[in-house]
Design a protein around this ligand. Structure first.
Ligand SMILES: C[S@@+](CC[C@H](N)C(=O)[O-])C[C@H]1O[C@@H](n2cnc3c(N)ncnc32)[C@H](O)[C@@H]1O
Length: 466
């Protein structure tokens, strides 16, 4: 069954567009979130269609293994990849979207099969979907092997299920695997250089956006409804789109006006601009990234927000000490490249494309970045290490190995966050899971460079009044 017909990405048909995106993600390893945003922007897809397109694309991708498990007994011949994705996205609507009548989802699938293929494929698609409707879904509880059962129920590869259980225990791992299939909340950060959280809430309300103040980070607002990037509030730089967990590092770094700060893995600049807001636009920030083309994004956002203290430079952080002045920064953020398991809700493709060997190579890069950060950090300076992942090797593993090879560095207790977050820190490290607050999975740790003269703990003891 091969299709020779050329297919447009958008002809007003939401399911057909979802199919094109899913195929591109599968065949070209394209990122689902980028492709979806590009499609919506390019074809000016309206709010109603946009919501359905997003739901079908993400939902199908998120539940891929579960849908395949349901489909498997009904597919008896070899089928093309596009037909498999058409069956998955149609069954997704039947199983998970109660507001779409099943017959509508099936009829749409048949029409697409006719358009992209021929009558024979349409008839097969119709047969499979109607048989499942008649006979019902097979039970996942029948799967005896527990790892496999969880893998199918939550649609994650078995090695990843095992890795999470080994690291965090069955309860936490299961909660995380389930949470990874829940649509994420959209949050924005208030630009404190220009306004306050309450004033921004009022502005958003006037522009028809439903929003509420976060109960965690004071400068964070949760968007409940409306297209926030179309508002004057956004265009005039009062807000930045950012996940609430990503608002932790700048708070933990706690930069002061007048300081000299380095943001070593800075693009697209979400945290750099947050740091500048915390510094009240006073001092200097060098924002570096290995990819020169991504630096434009930092400059664009800085301009929109009215920030004037950020300079950008293309620097591979693994060689930063050769390019930057030694011992010259008061504070450094290393928001390292990582496996990204904490953002699986936003990028479901991550769970299928990540490989076990990736963790080891990321861990090595993270250590190289931290090694270089130390060299350009002033004595007494602060270093914050963060990732958007939930993985012991990349998080606690990197911190432990780094400390072992840097006796001049000391792990400090995390400060300057709301109590609900602070109480989750263990041994000075904070791992947030996506199920904890509905924000991304995220990790943060903070270090200080001890004085040359005496280790920091001795100095503290000497300085104490007793
Ligand atoms: C997690 S992202 C940073 C997100 C950014 N801090 C923000 O808040 O918008 C990691 C970044 O590290 C960059 N990167 C990867 N390897 C690097 C290296 N060796 N040196 C510097 N940057 C690197 C990537 O290009 C990517 O932009």
């Amino acid at each position: 069954m091969t299709s020779k017909k050329k297919v447009q990405i958008w002809d007003g048909n939401v399911r057909d567009a979802a199919l094109t995106i899913l195929l591109a993600v599968d065949k070209n390893q394209a990122y689902s979130n980028l492709l979806l945003n590009q499609t919506i922007k390019k074809y000016k897809i309206d709010a109603k269609d946009r919501a359905l397109l997003t739901e079908i694309t993400y939902g199908t991708l998120q539940h891929k293994y579960t849908l395949d498990y349901y489909l498997e007994p009904f597919i008896r011949t070899k089928i093309d990849l596009w037909v498999r994705w058409l069956l998955r996205l149609s069954l997704y609507q039947v199983v998970y979207l109660s507001r779409i009548p099943a017959h509508a989802a099936v009829n749409e699938a048949v029409e697409i099969a006719k358009k992209r293929g021929h009558k024979g494929i349409a008839s097969m698609v119709n047969g499979v979907l109607r048989s499942i409707q008649r006979q019902g879904l097979r039970s996942i509880d029948e799967i005896e092997e527990p790892i496999k059962r969880l893998s199918i129920a939550t649609s994650h590869p078995e090695w990843l299920v095992e890795r999470l259980i080994d690291s965090y225990g069955i309860e936490v791992a299961t909660e995380m695997l389930e949470e990874n299939n829940v649509p994420p909340t959209l949050t924005v950060r208030v630009n404190t250089l220009k306004s306050t959280t309450q004033d921004v809430l009022n502005m958003l309300e006037e522009e028809g956006i439903q929003a509420k103040k976060s109960e965690l980070i004071p400068e964070c607002i949760h968007i409940i409804g409306g297209q926030v990037t179309h508002t004057e509030c956004f265009k005039n730089g009062f807000i930045t789109i950012q996940d609430e967990s990503s608002m932790m590092p700048a708070n933990v770094l706690n930069p002061k006006p007048g300081e000299r700060v380095l943001d070593m893995c800075a693009a697209p600049g979400g945290k750099t601009t947050h740091i500048a807001e915390k510094m009240n636009n006073d001092g200097s920030i060098l924002a570096t990234d290995i990819h020169p083309h991504k630096l434009d994004l930092i400059e664009e956002t800085s301009n929109r927000l009215g920030i004037e203290i950020i300079q950008t430079a293309p620097v591979d952080g693994r060689t930063a000490a050769e390019l930057l002045q030694r011992e010259s920064y008061d504070a450094i953020l290393v928001d390292a490249p990582c496996s990204g398991l904490g953002v699986t809700r936003r990028k479901p493709d991550i769970k299928y494309t990540k490989r076990e060997e990736d963790f080891e190579s990321l861990h090595k890069i993270q250590l190289q970045l931290l090694d270089n950060a130390v060299k350009v950090l002033k004595t007494g300076g602060r270093l914050v290490y963060s990732t958007c992942t939930v993985d012991r090797l990349e998080n606690e593993g990197t911190v432990e190995k780094f400390l072992a090879s840097h006796p001049e560095m000391e792990l400090m207790p995390i400060v300057n966050l709301p109590e609900d977050l602070l109480e989750k820190q263990q041994d000075g490290m904070l791992q947030v899971f996506p199920q904890d607050f509905g924000s991304d999975g995220f990790f943060v740790a903070t270090f200080q460079k001890k004085s040359d003269k005496a280790p920091a703990h001795t100095r503290n003891a000497l300085e104490s009044p007793h």
